[in-house]
Design a binder for this molecule. Structure first.
Ligand code: PLP
Length: 389
């Protein structure tokens, strides 16, 4: 037993990298001006904000003018859906999304339904994939917008966004992608992908919290959802979080530069963990797909006859941080909407555990989990009235 803590909840958030922190620090103190000010303090900061925008655009295959800063991935999702819907009501009031989106998308859709829009929630298959044929079938003459996530935050399913996007493009329907889990991990080239809007968030790839961005393709019209000053060309008011913006750009630069090695490392650890769990725990199932259509750092399993929360608490006592679903839904007792959508019963969904890997994890971490988790499961099952091992 070691005293080292093991963090396996990178899908919830990541620590700011040292290299990112270092470029941010002078902007709290020396470079503090408001980038909207005309004096030298403001111009100084504005220059760095624009350089960051250029760098982010370059790393995504976009134009700097197509990048808008937001306060979070949640805000980017809210803005893409609400902002586009409100600006395009003349074309129609029908929106299509999937049943496994993040709540930032799903709850915005629920709000839009109350505002008189109609939303179709596409089903997914047992691994969490949206079928492009289902999308085609759901499109109506009054469909204005489709929103499908790139990679799922709970079960790691990577959607065929190029294929889904080209269906939308053929029908002249706007396509929004929540890429909060995939940014920095999966290649994203917006010069080639048929995507009109894309959301990302700094704290999911070793940047700071409280900063996100929305890519908005040239020609796409959005209404603002936050009113005030004239920042972001009048479309997103509020003094720039310039420290966050600088950190976001640096985090993305590093992630893109190191992507190949990072993905290779995570994939190896992920498969070691998946295989070890499957082989050492009876009556366990992997949620989401195997192989390269799964996010490299994502492991999600359901273990029959026990509660995910019980496993979490026991792992936490041993210094291992995991999640029983998404961080947003844990704390409530409802099983995850994603696990129900892939066809799990409430009972099985309750016994689910997400382990999401990241930069600091090592093979020893994985071996540690494989050492303790089967024992935790056996102990919990011994106390479970449902289990007759
Ligand atoms: C984390 C997450 C969000 C929300 O981003 P925040 O910056 O934390 O608000 C949205 N979508 C997905 C898929 C996420 O994983």
């Amino acid at each position: 037993m070691t005293d080292k803590k093991i963090y396996l909840d990178h899908a919830a958030t990541t620590a700011v990298r040292k290299e990112v922190l270092d470029v941010m620090l002078p902007f709290f103190t020396e470079h503090f001006g408001n980038p909207m000010s005309v004096h030298s303090f403001g111009r100084d900061v504005a220059k760095y904000v624009e350089r960051s925008r250029e760098s982010i655009a370059e790393n995504l295959g976009a134009e700097p003018k197509e990048i808008f800063f937001t306060g979070s991935g949640t805000e980017a999702d809210n803005w893409a859906l609400r902002g586009y819907a409100l600006a395009n009501t003349k074309k129609g009031r029908h929106i299509i999304t999937s049943s496994i989106e993040h709540h930032a998308v799903l709850h915005t859709c629920e709000y839009l339904e109350k505002e008189g829009f109609e939303v179709t929630y596409l089903p997914v298959d047992s691994e969490g994939f949206v079928d492009p044929k289902e999308l085609e079938k759901a499109i109506r003459p009054d469909t204005i917008l489709v929103s499908i996530m790139h990679a799922n935050n709970e079960i790691g399913t990577i959607q065929p966004i190029a294929e889904l996007g080209s269906i939308c493009r053929d029908k002249k329907i706007a396509f929004h992608v929540d890429a909060v889990q995939s940014t920095g991990v999966l290649p994203i080239n917006l010069a080639e992908l048929p995507v009109d809007m894309l959301s990302l968030s700094g704290h999911k790839f070793y940047g700071p919290k409280g900063i996100g961005a929305l890519y908005v393709k040239k020609g796409i019209r959005l209404k603002p959802i936050i009113y005030g000053g004239g920042q972001e060309r009048g479309l997103r008011a509020g003094t720039h979080n310039h420290v966050g913006i600088i950190g976001l750009a640096k985090a993305l630069e590093l992630a893109v530069a190191e992507q190949k090695d990072y993905v290779a490392k995570l994939t190896k650890l992920r498969d070691l963990l998946i295989d070890g769990l499957i082989n050492n725990i009876p009556q366990i199932r992997l949620n989401g797909p195997y192989g390269d259509r799964r996010l490299p750092g994502n492991v999600n399993v359901s273990i029959q006859y026990i509660e995910g929360e019980g496993m979490l608490l026991h792992l936490d006592m041993l210094g291992i941080a995991a999640s029983s679903g998404s961080a947003c839904t844990s704390g409530s007792l409802d099983p995850s909407h994603v696990l129900l959508a892939i066809g799990l019963s409430h009972e099985i969904a309750h016994g689910s555990l997400r382990l999401s890997l990241g930069r600091e994890n090592t093979e020893e971490d994985i071996n540690q989990v494989l050492d303790v988790l089967p024992k935790i499961v056996a102990n919990l099952r011994a106390m479970s009235p449902l289990y007759h091992g």
